[in-house]
Design a protein around this ligand. Sequence first.
Ligand SMILES: NC(=O)c1ccc[n+]([C@@H]2O[C@H](COP(=O)([O-])OP(=O)(O)OC[C@H]3O[C@@H](n4cnc5c(N)ncnc54)[C@H](OP(=O)(O)O)[C@@H]3O)[C@@H](O)[C@H]2O)c1
Length: 240
Amino acid sequence: MQKTALVTGGNSGIGYATAKLLKAKGYDVTICGRNNERVEQAAAELGVKGIVADMGSTSDVTKLAGYFEGKSLSALVNNAAIARFAPLAYCTSADFDEFMNTNVRGPLDLIKGVLPALQKAGGSITNVSSAVVNNGLANAALYAATKGALEAFTKSLAIEFAPIGVRINAVAPGAIDTPIITKLGLDEQTQAAVKAHMETTIPLARFGRADEVAEVIVAQLESSYTTGAIWAVDGGVNVT
Ligand SMILES: NC(=O)c1ccc[n+]([C@@H]2O[C@H](COP(=O)([O-])OP(=O)(O)OC[C@H]3O[C@@H](n4cnc5c(N)ncnc54)[C@H](OP(=O)(O)O)[C@@H]3O)[C@@H](O)[C@H]2O)c1
């Protein structure tokens, strides 16, 4: 039977590269994203199904999970997330809610909603975390808190889901060259300076590529004896 996959935030960066690799490996792939045009364009380029869903909206997540009712789902990649950086003094409680709703509640609700489909397929979940959980980064407290929560629930759910044959893991990318960087609102010169500085802190001395993370995500999804694991894909920053 053909394997099936759902990749959230599959219209850009790491999610796009993961959807592309899964499709190349023969999966029937569905992607989701917030913006109709971007989702439609990516779905057409990749030859996959596209669904518009905001992971920060409970009703959208419920609707998204509804597409898999009565079906089987081999792979769920919880990749979509918001990343904005600001000193804590400038973070509002609305920011806190938006981060937690999109990066933590959305993935948890989606897992809950598609669990019967995952169980049917003996499926596997990969959550996309971040190296920031272990390394710390100024101005990233809200973002880091959401990724820490993601890693924590990954470990607990691994134990909870093991008896029903569903595996759940996470990857923790370091600095990866994706559109997320251009979305930070920095001018081109500052962007280049930040990137050049960051490269001096990475043992492999460069940013990673989205396809390099996608390879690890797909390997993790297919690793039949791996659950509750957090795999670093960060050019070595986790050991510095
Ligand atoms: N790039 C890095 O250096 C890095 C490092 C560590 C971890 N990560 C993690 O990797 C994952 C992918 O990031 P990326 O670098 O590939 O960034 P990206 O190119 O900006 O992709 C993010 C994707 O998530 C989608 N998304 C954002 N908020 C959403 C929401 N509320 N509902 C549905 N979709 C939403 C975006 O869709 P839109 O087109 O609507 O924005 C986009 O498709 C994220 O979880 C990020 O935290 C990235």
